[in-house]
Write a protein that binds this ligand. Structure first.
Ligand code: GAL
Length: 813
């Protein structure tokens, strides 16, 4: 048994005393976000690092900023004539939308100015970048401070030697995105936050606090804290520790003299889990010669994780299966620019799905995302790379691996090891080095880096070349073997591998377009339809993948498999498989939710399995098949009731019961022979005793009549970045969704906010997200409204030619 007992913590910098009334002493660390007043231009400007450079003609932007999301979409953007070997392609084809058909490539410059606040006069000044896409070079007052190639890493530079105190300082950032460097839309520019941090020269190092809970019982948890100081030679220091609960009450305190480590005993610990995401805060104070010199807050949770032979993953002594999704980092129509409210919405939607786990494919994420996962309760695998030494993309990470891998892995772990949500580190995804007979040595190299930075967590990787990986020691070397799309090989792997447990690091890759159904209904791989859409009967998949049911059938007979991470929770920009070489098509079809965050039918299939505590009863397809009268339109029901009866216009089509006939009948109820006539389809669900307990009905909608608006949140914060996602539905006069409506919707926002973007989930749409119009797709779209810094009402008006328009009023305070 491999046991990991630990607690996990994250460090937050003390931003200002007024934000943290608990810390009533002096301002010790000052951290400011460099958000507003940046100048930006695409193109290369050799003298743009200089203070005197005139940037007045450049665009004014706020950071986080993604320069490429504003388009335009063009099939020539990052056009790739290539053969994707990991997709089993044997000849080169013309790939148009692989990176979203958006202009992320090329050089861009950012400039801003800042003044440095004073802490004590003997200060250390640091610039911290949460991530810049990519190959960034940082200049302060005309001098190069450093560079960082990998766009997903956080990095920091001590700029004390470069700044002018009391004066304006110039910060310039050059970004250089190479074409053919990514397999999905990477975004472009300073897409995550930038922090200016000022501390006393002798300080508690950023990322230097590491808290673990090596012993946990019902009565007490041992909280071990290791603290790094910026000056390892400092004498006569004292560290004072307080652990607070969520209300700010001190639960336990301790102090250590000239020692960097302490054990605290926390009585009656409340354990962190997806259902009970309890967090504690550690406040660390550094005194040097009795003078308070720095203080830091570190959030943490207490939980125990283990992998056991035969039964897989255990959390707090409970056997837990991963009901997980893989996520790329883009936020659909908002691109990659970090926005907490957009990330929170994704996680709210995933909770509704019954999802308990996320794999951050295939790179480190924004720190805010992990804060949300801690707070809302998700198990996270944070991943590093999509390539090691052998490349997938001409300009991919393999060009940097030898020189940078250790730094990138270490930065990720030191930044994130205190998050209770993180349960494993992933060192790679489907790296071609799996085929290399020396590949296992790279695992040992990376795994050692991880274990050194964090001895409490196991290390995993997602593998697709299972035959090689089983033979060449690759799979056996990993702490936890992750399988991408290979449920049939679980049995063989279980016999051959020493670990005795495994999990589906990527599963399904079923493709569908929300609300689109193709006939005749058939199951198959790599299916293309003339409309560049995939059918929502959830029977279409890739030549390397499966439908959900085929993965589940294996999971349900292998207790040692610890669950799955579905590819993917949300559609993302780029990788429009199976239409990589068809135009137009610029975003994925894999999502359980579409690019707008609207649920596809598959949402209900997963929910019926993943959320047993709530009932799911969903019918598909829609019932507007004008012109197909008298033809066969199969009807499926996704439900966690054991059986149901279908009625077409009141006439019974018989009872279907889940059965072991095949993998589909095991998890879905299907009426394959239903003759279409307009009217309604209705299911009556029966419980285990055959009692009718619930119904669901889909009616044939009449012509589009008016618009219906539903906001995910009506109350916003007036901070200039809070978002409300408003779902727009085209409905008939009785309020039924018009499932084939494509009306062009026009958006107008007035009051204390502005129109931000819209999306309809159509992977073939070339309408720009930030323009205030978007066609409905399968009758729906989502409009995003952003708060300003003003308090008051915000009105969103949506109109479409020939339809009664609608207004929704939000409030911001
Ligand atoms: C996997 C890969 C993912 C994505 C997926 C699509 O092989 O790891 O990044 O490409 O296929 O099915």
């Amino acid at each position: 048994m491999i046991t990991l007992k630990k607690s996990i913590f994250r460090t937050i910098l003390v931003i200002s005393v007024s934000f943290f009334p608990l810390l009533s002493s002096a301002q010790l660390t000052k951290s400011v976000l460099l958000e507003n007043g940046w100048k930006f231009s695409k193109g290369d400007f050799p003298s743009a690092a200089q203070i005197s450079f005139n940037d007045r003609a450049w665009q004014t932007v706020t950071v986080p900023h993604d320069w490429a999301i504003y388009g335009p979409f063009d099939e020539n953007n990052d056009l790739q004539i290539t053969k994707i070997t990991q997709n089993n392609e044997t000849k080169e084809t013309r790939k148009t939308g692989r990176t979203g058909a958006l202009p992320y490539m090329g050089i861009g410059w950012y400039r801003t100015t800042f003044t440095v606040p004073t802490v004590s006069g003997n200060d250390e000044v640091t610039l911290m970048f949460d991530g810049v896409m990519s190959n960034s070079t940082i200049y302060v007052n005309g001098k190069e401070v450093g560079n960082w190639p990998y766009g997903y890493s956080s990095f920091q530079f001590n700029i004390s030697a470069y700044i002018i105190k009391g004066k304006s300082n110039t910060l310039s950032v050059r970004v250089d995105n190479k074409p053919e460097s990514s397999r999905w839309y990477p975004g472009a520019g300073i897409y995550r936050n930038v922090h200016l941090i000022v501390k006393n020269k002798t300080n508690l190092k950023t990322w230097g606090t590491f808290v673990t809970t090596p012993e946990i019982s019902a009565n007490a948890a041992k909280v071990n804290v290791k603290t790094k100081l910026s000056d390892s030679l400092v004498k006569g220091f004292k560290l004072v520790y307080n652990v607070l609960d969520s209300k700010g009450t001190t639960l336990v305190s301790g102090s250590a003299l000239s020692k960097n480590e302490i054990d605290l005993k926390l009585q009656n610990p409340k354990l962190w889990s997806p259902e009970t995401p309890t967090l504690y805060t550690l406040v660390t104070k550094l005194y040097v010669n009795n003078v308070l010199t720095d203080q830091q807050q570190t959030k943490f949770g207490i939980r125990k994780t283990e992998f056991k032979r035969e039964t897989g993953f255990w959390l707090n002594d409970k056997n837990v299966k991963f009901k997980g999704v893989c996520l790329h980092h883009d936020l659909g129509p908002l691109g990659t620019a970090v926005n907490v409210s957009a990330m929170r919405r994704q996680l709210v939607l995933l909770k509704d799905l019954g999802c308990n786990a996320i794999r951050t494919s295939h790179n480190p994420v924004a720190p805010e995302f992990l804060d949300l996962c801690d707070e809302m309760g998700f198990l996270v695998i944070e991943e590093t790379f999509d390539e090691w030494k052998r490349g997938k993309m001409k300009n991919g990470y393999h060009n940097f691996f030898d020189k940078w891998a250790e730094k990138d892995v270490t930065n990720m772990i030191e930044r994130d090891r205190n998050h209770p949500s993180i349960i494993m580190w992933s060192i790679g995804n489907e790296v071609p080095d799996q085929d290399n007979k020396e590949g296992y040595k790279i695992i040992t190299y990376l795994q050692n880096i991880c274990h050194k930075a964090d001895p409490t967590r196991l290390v995993t990787a997602g593998m697709d070349r299972i035959n090689s990986a089983l033979k060449n020691n690759f799979a056996a070397t990993l702490d936890v073997p992750g399988f991408n799309y290979k449920p049939k090989q679980y049995f063989e792997a279980y016999k051959k591998l020493p670990q005795g447990f495994l999990y589906g690091s990527e599963t399904a890759s079923t493709v569908s377009s929300r609300g689109v159904y193709h006939f005749p209904v058939k199951m198959g791989k790599d299916i293309h339809h003339p409309d560049n859409q995939s059918s929502s009967y959830d029977l279409e998949f890739c030549n390397w993948s499966q439908v959900p049911d085929d993965e589940w059938a294996v999971q349900d007979t292998t207790a040692y498999s610890a669950g799955e991470f579905v590819w993917t929770g949300f559609d993302y920009l780029g990788e429009p498989t199976p239409y990589d070489d068809y135009w137009p098509s610029r975003s994925s079809y894999f999502g359980i939710y579409d690019l707008a965050g609207l649920p596809k039918d598959r949402f209900y299939l997963y929910r019926s399995r993943w959320k047993p505590e709530e009932k799911t009863l969903h019918l598909l397809p829609h019932w507007n098949w004008e012109g197909k009268e008298g033809q066969n339109i199969p009807v499926f029901c996704y439900t966690n009731y054991p059986s149901a009866e279908l009625f077409v216009n009141g006439k019974s089509m018989g009872v279907q019961k889940k059965s072991n006939l095949n993998n589909q009948t095991r998890y879905r109820l299907m009426w394959n022979d239903v003759i279409y006539q307009k009217g309604s389809i209705k299911v009556v669900a029966y419980d285990e005793n055959g009692k009718a307990v619930a119904t669901e009905e889909v009616k044939t909608a009449g012509p589009p009549h008016h618009l219906k608006l539903t906001a995910d949140r009506k109350q916003l914060t007036a901070n200039g970045k809070d978002l409300s996602f408003v779902t727009v539905s085209v409905v008939d006069k009785d309020g039924n969704l018009c499932p084939t409506a494509t009306d062009n919707l026009m958006f107008k926002v007035t009051g204390a906010g502005k129109y931000r973007a819209a999306c309809n989930g159509d992977a073939t749409s070339l309408q720009l997200f930030h323009q205030p119009e978007m066609k409905a797709f399968s009758g729906m779209a989502v409009a995003i409204v952003e708060s300003s810094k003003l308090k008051g009402n915000i009105n969103l008006q949506v109109s479409a030619k020939g339809l009664t328009s609608a207004i929704i009023t939000l409030n911001s305070k």
